[in-house]
Design a protein around this ligand. Sequence first.
Ligand code: ASP
Length: 366
Amino acid sequence: MPHEESNPACGRTLRSPSEPARSTSAVTPRADRARRLRAVSVLAVGAVLVSACSGTESSGGASGGYPDRQITMVVPFSAGGPTDTVTRLIAEPMSAKLGQQIVVQNVEGAGGTLGAGQVARATPDGYTVLMHHIGMSTAPTLYPQLPYAPLEDFETVGLVTEVPMTIVGRKDLAPNTLQELVAYVRGNPGGVTLATAGVGAASQLCGLLIERAFQVDVTEVPYEGTGPALTDLVGGQVDMMCDQTTNTTGQITAGGVKAYAVTTPERVAVLPDLPTTVEAGLPDVQVSVWHGLYVPADTPPEVVQALTDALTVALQDQNVVAAMAKLGTAPVAATDVTPQAHSDQLRQQIDFWGPVIKAASPTPGG
Ligand code: ASP
């Protein structure tokens, strides 16, 4: 029997370092995990909306009658942004399948790492679920002191969707094409502002690719999500942004922002006139934003399976499919709605983005 220790912050049980790591474990020992999770507890005091320790009175383990009460789904970015939008789309059909209410909670800040940290230290009973995106794979490189390990501190539930990004500007920005935008930014080194959702966000990752491709710095303006960033872009308070079609399509179509390119190899059906970055001559700016659901490590497998099953049903819901299509995206293939496909993707993406980010030499907060 593995020795167990109690987490003083949450009354959570953590296994001892002597216990073998899970199959998804890369290198991080359990002792490191306990230390990291304590660290994030301290960091998060006063910074999150609701303590991860609240509402975690386990009904004696989550297996068996799971779920027998409300589930909290944490979005690590602002309400109204693209991660929030996708989460709210799937929460309703998942709730119907599970027979319990799902409450979406926005725990924004630090490029999504505050919300992820909150879920990492929550009770592993399936009542606290995280929706996160590509940022789960970039944060370990961007944050040397990241107080959780994506491959070690979470169970993967399944992939959800992969969303193209768009490069957009305020509607009265002078350039009309991507090539004109490159010339404009080069002519104003550091003088053009780029809205992002902070270091670790997809918008910031795309910003790094843009800076590298444009070979010039822009001035980043961090928000806690690209929902509020888009509002400021429409209002003309910032110059440009790179963000998901699930956030930008409405304003592109309505003329609230000027669109320059989509960052995928193919054009997007809902924005048929928008060229790809490849067509526009910047093939290195290519990124799409994959999303997945997570629960804390050590959540019972049958609970993870119940969530995977509910996610599968939600992604086959025709209302969800139609709503996603209007926003330029689609559910992932059914074969990717599995814990294994999701953990494979996470591992591959950590390996992929690490060297790319190091080459761009960002610094947290920079
Ligand atoms: N799309 C944002 C990002 O840049 C996050 C959000 O607001 O959903 O990662």
